[in-house]
Design a protein. Structure first.
Length: 215
């Protein structure tokens, strides 16, 4: 799982450009080494990320090489930045080598770090989450209208975009009142950003989603 820490992954406004440090290439090289040294089912490789790590997961989903070998992607509180916030265009240059790319994204509408509407994100303009999700649904040639389900008395809204052959391939959870975190019912550290536990545990939902897909 890709996470954000004291250092930043490619895709963050504070990260150096790819000529200086390229984490997309790093992940591809890391996969090469793991596949050489370990017995891994090459059809079932997945990536999950949080915050800046979710941003890198999104860049891998749009990378010609990584998208061909990673079966599905999941993100929470994704940091998806517009070109003007970065040292070079990244999220606008999406070139997956296969389609559809299965995507699952969780986001709280009270996220103080990666704002849901994208307009006032502290580190620079980011994509409004709904815009980013629907662009992936269009790229994956999903049906126009998503299926919407209200969960937990409307406190969570689930949107799913489907194709005729693959079923649900883009799924988005909008969590009302949740902050910047990986959704869990357990107590969270740094409640000023996380806004406490939420109504669902994302991990088993992600694992069930991943289990449906292989390359």
């Amino acid at each position: 799982m890709l996470n954000s820490g004291q250092l930043t992954w490619t895709g963050d406004p504070a990260a150096p450009d790819r000529k200086e440090r390229d984490d997309i290439t790093f992940i591809n090289v890391l996969l090469d080494h793991l596949l050489k040294d370990y017995a891994i089912d090459t059809s079932r490789i997945y990536v999950a990320g949080f915050s800046n790590g979710a941003g890198l997961a999104a860049l891998l989903a749009g990378d010609p090489k990584a998208s061909g070998r990673i079966a599905a992607f999941a993100m929470s509180a994704g940091a998806f930045y517009k070109d003007e916030a970065l040292k070079e265009p990244l999220f606008s240059h999406c070139r997956p080598s296969r389609l559809p790319i299965p995507i699952m994204e969780f986001h709280g509408d009270a996220d103080p770090v990666e704002h849901y509407n994208g307009k006032t994100t502290p580190d620079g303009p980011s994509y409004p989450v709904w815009e980013w999700v629907t662009e992936w649904a269009e790229r994956d040639t999903c049906k126009t209208d998503p299926a919407q389900t209200a969960l937990y008395d409307g406190k969570v809204e689930r949107y799913s975009f489907s194709t005729g052959s693959e079923g649900e391939v883009v799924v988005h959870y909008l969590i009302h009142g949740f902050g910047h975190g990986w959704p869990t019912k357990r107590k969270l550290n740094n409640d000023e950003q996380r806004h406490g536990p939420t109504y669902l545990d994302a991990t088993p939902i992600v694992l069930e989603f991943f289990n449906r897909f292989s390359t």
